[in-house]
Design a protein around this ligand. Structure first.
Ligand code: C2E
Ligand code: CA
Ligand code: CA
Ligand code: CA
Length: 277
């Protein structure tokens, strides 16, 4: 039994070493990426379900490394979170989105809103409101057109202050969305305490619509309850006509998904908006 235990330990420690090495490697790469401007923002349209019109976009990070190729955000954001590098990356994302948004306004592009993801680290550390204020001032992007996406876990981690921080953001004029709803604590009663504008239903509940009856009922219930709380509802990961039809029937306000478009480079997004305006 003793040998067996050591064997297991050895197995796990090898495994951890590989993971740790990969992590260190990724961290070093990521630091260079930030310095070398290998990070890009792509824009995925947000669509009004009733009119079919694009009303804005979510900015999504892309990392194109010249040797390693494309590295998906699900791989590098967790590393950036753990190392604290997300503070710099997150501020860059905010600034870049606002810079681009301002350029689009100046060019007369009819885009109303840009949504930016805020990591829980950004929410926990530093003064996010001060950063926001500076970035909005520097770029000239109107606060009313900016929406910040927060996860339930970010709000839970700073529960006591969360309401106050959100209120301060609201006072600046920015909109607030709860992201990936349904994957975390998912208590609507709890959400009631936060000054939010939009609830984003996680794509896990949308993917199997219309085949999955449970998912349909869950999505319909979330939409109905969110409306009681006077939140707009956005469905993520919408890929089919049937899903649109279902969401229209259930009164969902907005959607994002491959049905309209994946996230696109800025110039391609602007072209799509112009084509569909
Ligand atoms: P998220 O915020 O939930 O973003 C939505 C993800 O779903 C994106 O993946 C998007 O490309 C993908 N998606 C959109 N439509 C569809 C669809 O119809 N079908 C399917 N199967 N997928 C769809 P992406 O871009 O790989 O981003 C993954 C996650 O990385 C994001 O999830 C977000 O949590 C994080 N992330 C991305 N950019 C940033 C950022 O700038 N800051 C922070 N903190 N996190 C970011
Ligand atoms: Ca998001
Ligand atoms: Ca999401
Ligand atoms: Ca997600």
């Amino acid at each position: 039994a003793k040998d067996e235990g050591r064997g297991i330990f050895k197995y796990f420690s090898d495994d951890l070493t590989i993971a740790a090495r990969r992590r260190l490697n990724l961290e070093a790469l990521l630091r260079r990426a930030l310095a070398n401007q290998e990070l890009k923002l792509y824009y995925q349209p947000q669509v009004d379900i009733a009119s079919g019109r694009i009303i804005g976009a979510e900015a999504l990070l892309r990392w194109q490394h010249e040797v390693e190729g494309f590295i998906p955000p699900d791989q590098f954001i967790p590393v950036a979170e753990e190392t604290g590098l997300i503070a710099e990356i997150g501020e860059w994302v905010l600034r870049e989105a606002c810079r681009q948004g301002h350029a689009w306004i100046a060019a007369g592009l009819p885009v109303l809103k840009l949504a930016v993801n805020l990591s829980s680290h950004q929410f926990r550390h530093g003064d996010i409101c001060a950063t926001l204020k500076t970035v909005l001032q520097d770029t000239g992007f109107p606060a009313q057109r900016l929406e910040l996406e927060l996860t339930e876990s970010a709000l839970m981690e700073r529960e006591a202050e969360a309401v106050l921080i959100l209120q301060k953001m609201r006072d600046l004029g920015v909109g607030l969305a709860i992201d990936d709803f349904g994957t975390g604590y998912s208590s609507l009663a709890y959400l009631k305490r936060f000054p939010l504008d939009v609830l984003k239903i996680d794509k896990a509940f949308i993917t199997d619509i219309p085949q999955n009856e449970d998912d349909k009922e869950i999505a319909a219930a979330i939409i109905a309850m969110a409306h009681i709380l006077r939140l707009k509802v956005l469905a993520e990961g919408v890929e089919t006509e049937e899903q649109i039809a279902f969401l229209q029937r259930t009164g969902c306000d907005l959607y994002q998904g491959y049905y309209m478009s994946p996230a696109l480079p800025a110039t391609d997004f602007a072209a799509l908006v112009q084509r569909t305006a």
